[in-house]
Write a protein that binds this ligand. Structure first.
Ligand code: ADP
Ligand code: MG
Length: 592
């Protein structure tokens, strides 16, 4: 490749022929001559000029086209027009053909240097002509096949860029579209795979977890058992495990973690969780569930002097990242989406020694769509916990101003029964942009009417203490989305989400999952001034986090992102995460 062409490729942001093939033409110019004049269309035709005449408004040329006398109208004529359209000259033009008082008229003719085919027109960083020459030189069926595409897709892509005849456009364009999708996701996976690294595990972990499982006060769900079996075979391997265990809120991921701790014992395990309160909750669970001989320590910010060498299981927050940690053979992260990649990598590195790696398990309560996990499955393994031990019994209502009174009496009734309510506000302070109240505006309403009203928000330094007190003594908690993280509030029966349409479905699902965690009848009120939103309606009728992930995807791609944050980083030009599961599966099987 010449340096000039290399620069072109750089400018286009590509480094492969597949990458080039993905830059499809925006349209085609059909330069096949018309056999007869097609009215009100662009026609290609050979003309021979008979005479010409300048008028004040345009340049008029009389010529023979299709054996008929025609009038050519040229607005804003340039010098080259006067030169070309001289009596006796013969050449091909492309022009809009019209009939004017019985006369054939060819409007604004363009002189053609090439005819007899369909020419691709590109809109890229480069001029269309330059693109055509690159396509001509590099886009070859064999090159695409060499880079790993199957022959059918290569053929289709070639015909997309270098069409020969107009044929059955609709069908061939759909096939070409599939080839584009195929090539795009193929290239993505190929790049992903080239980044894949295996590391030798620092230890093979084969201790028996079965006594622990037997000792539990409940029996495991099938999905919990499956996840544990997946982990068991990972940890018994020579290669450091990389697994994400994905399970809805309340699906019982904590005992799965504990089972892994037992497999690792007497080797050390470290668990990082996003908040102190969650760390304490899990610590308390260990006291109830793990055998006494497993020495557990809660390593929070303050007490730096805690001896970490003498323990089997370290539980902490991101504060762990700022202290000395002993070598561990198993690293786990709970609510992994709450941490950045850098933090997840850091904890992993801190407890590694030499070239070997600890086994690495991440837990997530935010299911991702099926296609996403298929795409990522070349880098990381997945276990899914779809069943929940308690059937979640949550009624979801969409309300607006008119429903407020009804919601209020519901909250009062629940309070009388000793149950709690959380009200999620979109903002802390008043705002001119939003048509909803902020916490600051709303709080006096609740505080005047009810006792046991607690308030916290994301930036509140005291939020953990307030959540803790609310859990014990509160009736109503006013908060922003901070309650999202997996803490357990066993008396919480109701959640009210103000301005629900502003949040992504994944976030709404996380919030709704706070209630009915242990089988208590739950209620979720979505307060909105868009009560007829189909997106919210579908959400209200769907309980599984996995189904909601698919819904979310559907609406995100519809551009309905609103207040939600796009979590699914990868963006594709042709491939659709919600529609093209079949194409993805055929790419995966093609790659073997
Ligand atoms: P999450 O997946 O959201 O982290 P937890 O691990 O906090 O869920 O579990 C939620 C509750 O369910 C806890 O009180 C836990 O003890 C309980 N639990 C977990 N597994 C089972 C089971 N198989 N049967 C009954 N209760 C269970
Ligand atoms: Mg959890």
């Amino acid at each position: 490749m010449t340096p000039q062409h290399r620069r072109y490729f750089e400018k286009l942001g590509i480094n492969s022929i597949i990458g080039l093939s993905l830059l499809a033409p925006v349209r085609y110019d059909d330069l096949t001559p018309s056999v007869y004049p097609k009215l009100d269309e662009l026609n290609v035709v050979e003309i021979s000029v008979k005479s010409s005449q300048k008028t004040p408004k345009f340049f008029k040329v009389i010529a023979i086209a299709w054996g008929l006398e025609a009038e050519l109208i040229i607005f804003n004529p340039k010098n080259f027009h006067y030169l070309a359209f001289k009596a006796g000259n013969k050449f091909f033009i492309r022009a809009l053909v019209q009939r004017n008082f019985g006369k054939l008229q060819l409007v604004q003719p363009k002189i053609l240097s090439q005819i007899g085919g369909i020419f691709s027109v590109y809109k890229t960083e480069l001029a269309s002509k330059t693109m055509c020459s690159l396509i001509d030189k590099y886009l070859k069926e064999e090159s695409l096949i060499e880079e790993g595409l199957p022959r059918w897709a290569s053929k289709k892509l070639i015909s997309l860029h270098k069409p020969i005849i107009t044929q059955n456009y609709v069908k061939s364009l759909k096939e070409a579209m599939n080839a584009l999708k195929f090539a795009e996701i193929y290239l993505f996976l190929k790049t992903l795979n080239s980044k894949k690294q295996y590391f030798k595990a620092s230890s093979v972990l084969v201790s028996d977890e079965r006594e622990f499982i037997k000792s539990l006060p409940f029996s495991l769900t099938n999905d919990q058992k499956k996840a544990i079996a997946d982990i068991k075979s990972d940890l018994a391997g020579q290669i450091a495990a990389k697994r994400i265990i994905m399970g809805d809120v309340g699906s019982g991921k904590t005992v799965v973690m504990f089972a892994a701790v037992m497999m690792a014992y007497p080797k050390k395990t470290v668990l990082m969780v996003p908040t102190t309160i969650l760390a304490m909750q899990i610590y308390n669970e260990t006291k109830k569930l793990l055998p006494l001989f497993v020495r557990v320590v809660l390593a929070l910010g303050g007490e730096k002097n805690t001896q970490l060498d003498e323990v089997d299981f370290i539980i902490g927050t991101h504060a762990l990242l700022y202290r000395e940690l002993p070598k561990c053979d198993l690293v786990m992260i709970d609510e992994q989406h709450r941490f950045g990649t850098a933090q997840r990598d850091a904890i992993h590195k801190m407890v590694s020694e030499g070239k070997t790696h600890p086994h690495f398990l991440q837990f997530s309560a935010t299911p991702i769509p099926r296609t996403m996990s298929l795409i990522h499955s070349s880098l990381v393994n997945y276990s899914f916990i779809k069943e929940t031990p308690f059937r979640k019994n949550i009624d979801t209502y969409i309300i607006d101003k008119k429903g407020f009174g009804r919601m209020l009496s519901h909250v009062e009734n629940e309070m009388k029964e000793g149950r709690q309510t959380v009200i999620i506000y979109p903002l802390v302070e008043e705002s001119e942009i939003l048509s909803y109240q902020s916490i600051d505006e709303g709080r006096s309403f609740w505080e005047k009417r009810y006792s046991g009203v607690f308030v916290t928000h994301g930036k509140d330094k005291d939020k953990e203490r307030i959540l803790d007190e609310f859990a014990k003594n509160g009736n109503i908690l006013l908060a922003t989305t901070v309650v999202e993280v997996g803490i357990s509030l066993p008396k919480l029966s109701t959640i009210v989400i103000v301005g629900a349409e502003r949040l992504g479905l994944a976030t709404l699902h996380q919030l709704r999952g706070r209630v009915s965690r242990t089988g208590l009848k739950g209620y979720c009120f979505l307060y909105t001034n868009q009560p007829s939103s189909t997106r919210l309606n579908e959400f209200a009728n769907t309980v599984s986090g996995f189904d909601i992930a698919e819904l979310d995807l559907k609406y995100r791609q519809g551009g309905d992102i609103l207040g939600g944050v796009l979590q699914h980083g990868a963006q594709f030009k042709w491939f659709s995460l919600s529609e093209d599961g079949d194409i993805l599966r055929s790419v995966l099987s093609h790659m073997g």
